[in-house]
Design a protein around this ligand. Structure first.
Ligand SMILES: Cc1ncc(COP(=O)(O)O)c(C=O)c1O
Length: 410
């Protein structure tokens, strides 16, 4: 099970698991991992075809096909595949010309890359609290974080549910700020029927191993503001005007600006292509799993044991994962232990950035961030991958019900 550095799974902490010596005559229940990527014969055949073609470098034919497919799927004018969402965020910070002294507003409840990309340019992340229903940036808290130094707002769409983009977009416009969407978790999710990642000046996607659509590692930069289009191509092409050269606009290409090695290899792109071709199936299956958990856990919420996520009316989410909040930290830890003992890998989530060593060094919180702290202590995330068998999902639900209801469990 490969998770991100901020994904703490019970088994990582050496908690107690089922042990053969506890029940010598029973086989252990089969393990239900937190995540397992969808890999099938179609994926293998596209990888094979790429290997046979022998063109393995970056910026090739398959990369161009993926970019086109993503443009069509998201209705975006420019998409550049990258080696990760982290790389796409770093490109965004460069394009916005963020510099020392600038401030960038973002949630503290996010992955380190959201902040790191801007800290690398010398800026200060200003951490704003989140909403308890979606764990997304609390739009009502943003205005008081804006200062004359503010350069941009980063809206991270937690678990593939859109932030309140009408309000956040208007705030950015009214204050002359750039809007970046960290849509790492939000491929194929929408807000008011428009794809997440296409609202901001720039948007970023992740195709990391744990995401709905994966190429192992991978990401994309979505360029929505045409002001950045040409320079984005240059940054992507290692600081050269190779893209203009490929379009016969110049007769040779050379070094003209900053840049990096951002294009993934054709092998990565071919894995991504095979997953994109199955994107509708993946999303439908993830939504089924999400809905099944949501329904099955409704009684526990009604009885005051847990808080389930809420999907705002404007949002069409992608069921990236299912989460809920336990009543307190101790209960969350005991529940994760209980699930681990049943061979079920449940997970907590981010250590809030404002409380992490680098977050304290490089960033500053806007207010006490009470919802962020509480959510980080109480969140439980459940296994939800395309290959999760209904019987296994039922086992996860039964184990949670058993934890809360004991023998009253059906
Ligand atoms: C919100 C968020 N931003 C950025 C990233 C970084 O993505 P990647 O691993 O593709 O660099 C992640 C990864 O999980 C994430 O969840």
């Amino acid at each position: 099970m490969a998770l991100g550095p901020n994904d703490f799974v019970s088994s990582d902490k050496g908690r107690s698991h089922w042990s053969p010596s506890d029940t010598p005559r029973l086989a252990p229940p089969p393990a239900i991992p937190f995540h397992r990527p969808l890999i099938n014969a179609h994926h293998l055949s596209l990888l094979r075809a790429t290997l046979d073609r022998g063109e393995l470098g970056g910026a090739g034919e398959t990369t161009a096909t993926c970019q086109k497919l993503l443009q069509q799927r998201l209705l975006a004018s420019q998409v550049l595949l990258t080696q990760s969402c982290t790389a796409a965020l770093e490109m965004a910070a460069l394009l916005l010309e963020v510099k020392a002294g600038d401030e960038v507003i973002m949630p503290s409840f996010t992955f380190v890359s959201t902040a790191n990309a801007f800290v690398l340019r010398g800026a200060t992340p200003v951490f704003v609290d989140i909403r308890p229903d979606t764990l997304n940036l609390d739009e009502s808290e943003i205005e008081r974080a804006i200062s004359p130094r503010t350069k941009a707002i980063v809206a991270m769409h937690y678990a593939g549910v859109g932030c309140e983009l009408n309000i956040i977009g208007a705030l950015a416009r009214n204050h002359g700020l750039a809007l970046v969407e960290d849509a790492a978790q939000a491929i194929d999710a929408h807000y008011c029927d428009k794809a997440l990642g296409t609202f901001g000046d720039l948007g970023t996607l992740s195709f990391h191993h744990t995401k709905n659509i994966t190429s192992g590692e991978g990401g994309a930069l979505i360029v929505n503001n045409p002001r950045f289009a040409e320079r984005a191509d240059v940054l992507w092409e290692k600081g050269t005007n190779r893209s203009a050269f490929k379009r016969n606009l110049v007769d040779r290409y050379s070094w003209i600006d900053l840049g990096g090695s951002h294009a993934p290899s054709e092998l990565t792109a071919s894995l991504l292509l095979s997953q994109l071709e199955e994107a509708d199936y993946i999303k439908a299956r993830k939504l089924e799993i999400w809905a099944c958990y949501h329904e099955a856990l409704s009684e526990l919420e009604m009885r005051g044991f847990i808080n389930r996520p809420q999907i705002p009316r404007e949002c069409q989410h992608n069921a990236h994962f299912y989460w809920f909040l336990a009543r307190d930290h101790a209960e969350r830890e005991t529940l994760i232990d209980h699930l681990a003992a049943a061979n079920i890998a449940a997970s907590s989530h981010y250590v809030p950035l404002h409380s992490a060593p680098a977050g304290r060094r490089f960033g500053k919180p806007c207010g006490p961030l009470a919802v962020t702290n509480s959510a980080a202590e109480r969140i439980v995330r459940l296994p939800s991958y395309v290959g999760l068998e209904p019987a296994d999902q039922a086992r996860v639900v039964a184990a949670i019900q058993h934890f809360y209801l004991g023998s009253a469990c059906p």
